[in-house]
Design a protein around this ligand. Structure first.
Ligand SMILES: Nc1ncnc2c1ncn2[C@@H]1O[C@H](COP(=O)(O)OP(=O)(O)O)[C@@H](O)[C@H]1O
Ligand SMILES: [Mg+2]
Length: 501
């Protein structure tokens, strides 16, 4: 760069009130804000973190209390300084901090008054940032109260630890600043939504031998393992390690159990409010803390095919700059070297699930197995057409006079041509597991069973083969018990008809 001579400088200290208000809007949500406060507690060695909410009073608050190492007054004043630590300084491996901003920016994103009370070596100290006070005085001066004993939730502090208290919750009132009951309802709802996020983000700390306990209003939160590793039906691929200059990246792919292999409650818990389709993808951990989840980083689409695939990526905090971890620790970008490797991981997953799906789908449209539908792939298009040669149709049509027979086949062709593909597609994208074939009544099923049975036995197939052919195709597959009963009854009747006595 060419030298430019400078002989004068002017004071450009930021206006405290403007800058501190600006810190409020860097995009935190309640869940990412609370997670950032909890990060500090984890870094301070806390084993127990309590979230206490008082929503019904005239002065609602949210308090986060830990039993970590606490801070002296000097440390506390330094912690209250926006930008208390340079992001370029190397941090110790378990440190979940980043810019020296989190405590302040996460708090101000939700409230106008932040109080921190900390206890260390028998001393208790407190400091307050009140945005109304900063606006009035327009100076970077934090308040140091003379006595901490009257501060809400301070009684929850133990021998060492820190209380982070949010008051003036202007961002959480949902517009009901005067209606206390409605306001409480909004805050409680938001807190309830946060619960799942915390169970997910800190699940690895909660699963350790000496587990981290997070309590929400006295209730211990259960860890939520996004890979359902405790389920015997989860498939875990071997772990791969990428040795890079700033640190190692560990990658491991998981295939979640099929929804039929899990309880409905566990399936919904793991899928979350957005469902499994939206929760597939990479799960990126920095340290053991989940930063980002449910995204393929633009490398492929979230599709039905890969709905059960989740890939764990572990990165150390020495790679923050390479992954462009943001202040909120809720977004990251893929470094190019990692990108290539992850592309390969995705290709492998896609090939694997295509095979599984094709195998399952093949049986349903396999010509050998007398399917009700044909899958016809031609000219770059895929069509589904009812199989009018299916014994259930053919046997019935045979008994019709020829003019009606023609009309009957026309009706079936019409059903095929008006298959509501778009609706099925939209439903599949939402909750594929809720789409099931229509139930047929006993009479319809019996007619299809008898017709199929007679065609197959006339073709010389033995009973074992017939059963195996029918078991995989609908409508028999989804009503297999009834089908077996009808088969047994049909055989019994036939045997009676044949035997002379
Ligand atoms: N709960 C806590 N217990 C002990 N120290 C804390 C706690 N919260 C914050 N601190 C101190 O305050 C500093 C600033 O926190 P923060 O603004 O979140 O930035 P960062 O986490 O990026 O360092 C931390 O580095 C830590 O020294
Ligand atoms: Mg922090």
């Amino acid at each position: 760069m060419k030298e430019v001579s400078v002989s004068r400088r002017a004071d450009a200290t930021p206006h405290a009130s403007a800058l501190i208000e600006g810190l409020r809007d860097i995009g935190y949500s309640l869940e990412t804000a609370i997670s950032d406060i909890i990060d500090n507690s984890v870094t301070a060695g806390a084993g127990r973190i309590q979230i206490i909410t008082e929503t019904y009073s005239d002065e609602p608050y949210i308090a986060i209390v830990d039993n970590g190492e606490g801070m002296t007054e000097d440390e506390l004043v330094a912690a209250m300084r926006p930008g208390s630590q340079n992001p370029l300084v190397t941090r110790s491996a378990p440190d979940l901090g980043r810019f020296g901003l989190g405590l302040k920016s996460a708090s101000f994103s939700q409230c106008r008054r932040l109080t921190v009370v900390s206890r260390k070596a028998g001393q208790t100290c407190a400091a307050i940032w009140d945005l109304d006070d900063v606006a009035e005085r327009n100076e970077w001066a934090v308040q140091l109260p003379d006595d901490a004993s009257g501060i809400p939730a301070v009684g929850h502090l133990g021998t060492t630890g820190t209380l982070v208290l949010w008051q003036k919750l202007d961002r959480l009132t949902g517009g009901f600043s005067r209606n206390a009951a409605k306001r409480a309802e909004v805050i409680n709802q938001r807190i309830a939504e946060t619960e799942r996020h915390l169970r997910l983000v800190f699940h690895r700390f909660m699963e350790e031998a000496k587990p981290l306990r997070i309590l929400l209003n006295g209730r211990i939160l259960r860890p939520l393992d996004p890979f359902a590793r405790k389920s015997p039906a989860t498939i875990a691929d071997p772990e791969e390690r990428l040795n890079l200059i700033p640190g190692d990246v560990d990658i491991q792919s998981f295939t979640l159990p099929h929804y039929k292999q899990m309880s409905k409650m566990d399936w919904e818990d793991i899928g979350g409010p957005e469902g499994h389709l939206k929760s597939q993808g990479f799960y990126l951990y920095r340290g053991k803390r989940l930063i980002l989840y449910g995204t393929w980083f633009g490398l492929c689409r979230q599709s039905e095919l890969t709905k059960l695939s989740r890939v764990r990526i572990d990165i150390p905090n020495s790679m923050d700059a390479d992954w462009k971890i943001d202040v909120k620790k809720s977004s990251a970008q893929l470094p190019p070297i990692v990108r290539d490797r992850l592309k390969k991981v995705i290709e492998r997953i896609q090939a694997g699930s295509k095979r599984t799906f094709n195998k399952r789908g093949q049986k349903l449209v396999d010509h050998e197995r007398l399917p009700m539908w044909h899958r016809i792939q031609a000219d770059g298009q895929i069509r589904y057409r009812p199989n009018i040669e299916h014994p259930a149709f053919a046997a019935f049509a045979e008994n019709l006079p020829s003019d009606l027979r023609r009309g009957f086949f026309n009706c079936i062709a019409l059903v095929g041509a008006s298959l509501p593909i778009e609706t099925v597609h939209a439903d599949m994208a939402g909750a594929a597991e809720e789409i099931v074939p229509d139930r047929v009544d006993e009479d319809t099923l019996a007619q299809a069973v008898r017709a199929t049975l007679s065609v197959l036995s006339e073709a010389g197939k033995d009973m074992k083969v017939i059963l195996s052919l029918m078991k995989d195709v609908d409508p028999f597959r989804s009503a297999w018990e009834d089908t077996q009963r009808i088969i047994a009854a049909t055989i019994e009747t036939k045997e009676k008809e044949w035997s002379p006595c």
